[in-house]
Design a protein around this ligand. Structure first.
Ligand code: PAF
Length: 275
């Protein structure tokens, strides 16, 4: 059914864009849809809460599901097709394939979520084969995920352009995320510190402070602000490889994951090599 709907769109000529999502759509997702509309002639949005990218103690069951609101937003945004596969359709009995990623998938998110990137790569590869888009959009909020998908597309020769969309933020700087609804009122206020800490970290690197020193300072600020810190690191922006300890000699990305109660927040931003 999806194939014939996409063929119908293709029959009208032009390029097809895919925006893969897990639903609970917020302004950040809608920005990706808008960018997709600007670049492509037809936009397909998939909504699928992918069990394979959740660990056994993660929030698969609690993950917000807001189908009605999502489809209203997508209709208003003039999305051409909403693809809503169910679990049995994506992973029928006997399903056994898995895409295993190294490279950009090593470290950072993988430490706390060892199955995450294989689960993401596998479902995204399936969505790519099902929809066969010319291009696909992913938010920079999940920067490591964006690089992992770019690498998968390169490594497995998918003829698809991968485009990143800038992170949208609330007024106090908190990166928009479907998981922000989990935050209590108090934690919601505290959550805004993450953006400030990353901004200071990036500014220190931009000003030529040695990476190890800047990282130590950012780590200390994060440890004071949050219940736990999974990581606060500066990495090479292109590959996510670790950086030498001195002033950065290439474009970098500062990335962090912290915990407020049982909610895990992630965010990242660019740091430029001082010229
Ligand atoms: O970023 C997400 O929402 C998900 O990881 C994705 C890319 C839709 C795959 O399930």
């Amino acid at each position: 059914r999806l194939r014939s709907a996409v063929s119908l769109l293709r029959g009208q000529g032009g390029h097809v864009a895919l925006v893969p999502t897990m639903g609970a759509l917020h302004a950040g997702h809608m920005q990706l849809v808008k960018e997709a509309k600007q670049r492509a002639d037809h936009v397909v949005v998939s909504i699928f809460v992918n069990p394979r990218q959740f660990g056994p103690n993660e929030d698969l069951d609690a993950y917000p599901r807001t189908m009605l609101e999502d489809s209203e937003k997508l209709t208003l945004a003039r999305c051409d097709l909403i693809f809503l596969p169910d679990v049995a359709e994506m992973y029928p009995e006997g399903y056994s394939a898995n895409i295993s990623m190294q490279g950009a998938a090593v470290g950072l998110e993988s430490v706390a979520r060892p199955h995450f990137f294989d689960g993401v790569a596998t479902v995204v590869a399936k969505l790519f084969n099902q929809v066969r888009p010319d291009m696909a959009f992913f938010g920079e909020k999940d920067y490591q995920q964006l690089l992992v998908i770019k690498q998968m597309v390169r490594d497995l020769d998918f003829p698809i352009d991968i485009l990143g969309g800038e992170t949208l933020r609330e007024k106090d700087g908190l990166a928009m995320s479907s998981r922000n609804v989990y935050l209590s009122a108090d934690d919601r206020v505290r959550a805004a510190r993450l953006n400030v800490i990353l901004k200071e970290f990036a500014a220190a690197l931009n000003a030529g402070m040695p990476a190890d020193q800047a990282q130590k300072a950012a780590m200390a600020s994060a440890a004071a602000a949050f219940d736990a810190v999974d990581y606060v690191e500066a990495r090479c922006a292109a590959t996510l490889e670790e950086l030498p300890s001195g002033p950065i000699d290439r474009d970098a990305r500062v990335l962090a994951a912290v915990r407020l109660g049982s909610t895990r927040l992630i965010d990242n931003m660019a740091a430029k090599r001082p010229s």
